[in-house]
Design a protein around this ligand. Sequence first.
Ligand code: XLS
Ligand code: NI
Ligand code: NI
Length: 436
Amino acid sequence: MTGFPNVQKIAFEGPDSKNPLVFRHYDENEVVEGKTMKDHLRFSVAYWHTMRGTGSDPFGPGTMLRPWEGADTVDNACNRVRVFFEFCEKLSAGFYCFHDRDVAPEGGNLAETNRNLDQVVRVLKEEQKRTGVKLLWGTANLFSNPRYVHGAATSCNADAFAHAAAQVKKALEVTKELGGAGYVFWGGREGYQNLWNTDMKREVDHLAAFMHMAVDYARRIGFTGQFYFEPKPKEPTKHQYDFDSAACINFLRAYDLADHVKMNIETNHATLAGHTVEHELDYAGSQGFLGSVDANTGDLLLGWDTDQFPTDVYLTTKIMLIIMKYGGLTTGGLNFDAKVRRESIEPIDLFHAHVGGMDTFAKGLKIAAAIRADGELAAWVKDRYASWDAGIGAEIESGKHDFASLEKYMLAQGDVRANQSGRQEAFENLVNRYVF
Ligand code: XLS
Ligand code: NI
Ligand code: NI
């Protein structure tokens, strides 16, 4: 095994440290609002980007040479797992996430593939035990293999659906075996490229049937982890059925899955949908569906899923404010679904990237807690809605009115009482007071 022999466990040195490989804000034991930072943030490392990312892009192959890599064998896959856990340990990340095909190579047929997976899962389990790092969620890769060219659960080919079902069955068993706190559905190719050749209703019905089968099977084997649905509007297909929080929640409610599935919100996917991540989180939270977060960011000037590490304190402040507003993460976590840039070719860059992301979230958490402690922002928002706290507003909210009674009220009054300023700039300045 060649992991990171030259890297020590990342230490907390405080904000004044100039050492590039230490935490300046993330002190896992620091208590914020009665909970340690570790429990607030529940950091998770994504196996696919960290261990399987090579730096390839549509214009060229991988650029990253990893000294621990070898042939695509089960032996090498097992060794890679050990390197991965060394990484998580040195980073003090408490969780990880994986797809079935990230951790073990596909075999010549499903039975052989399952056997490969079982062998690697044994090592995952051993390493979890050795390090205390836990599985935040598992998932199945239902998008890379050419058999899923038309999608998996939404494929026009019923055999693809059946294969995907077998794959998720196995992934659920493995996630249970590893004590996973959750299971994610991200619809890699569950969408369409062209409506002329697509029966949308039939495809969406199939997706729902598939998710019901997963929920039923989980119950059968006693897997009690939380299911999540991860929205993404496009890429690889031009329209994904799990477009955004609102579309996903509508789907879950329409197909009677709302009691079983919450949302896993990813920043870069929110922006691809034309939303901010705080919009997606707030919408999901307000509807009771906030589950977990894929913590990354996109690039303002690139219109695709660049999956970069979050380094913007405004972003992490907003995310933490909303998470805390809805009571904090319970089964979910902050999973760095993020990859180092193609030019960042050395293994040490994996540390720089994660340390930066963790520190930025720690700082965001502290700022969010300060904003909450003062209560000024919340008071300003409450004040903006004061017309609903008494008089006609309170009467409407408590169901005492209908159109006829409101017409009577307005006829008597003549017109709306004066509006007050939205004070957007003052709100922005107020938040800045806490940021700098
Ligand atoms: C891809 C998705 C994927 C999911 C898990 O864009 O973010 O990585 O998180 O399948
Ligand atoms: Ni993701
Ligand atoms: Ni993404």
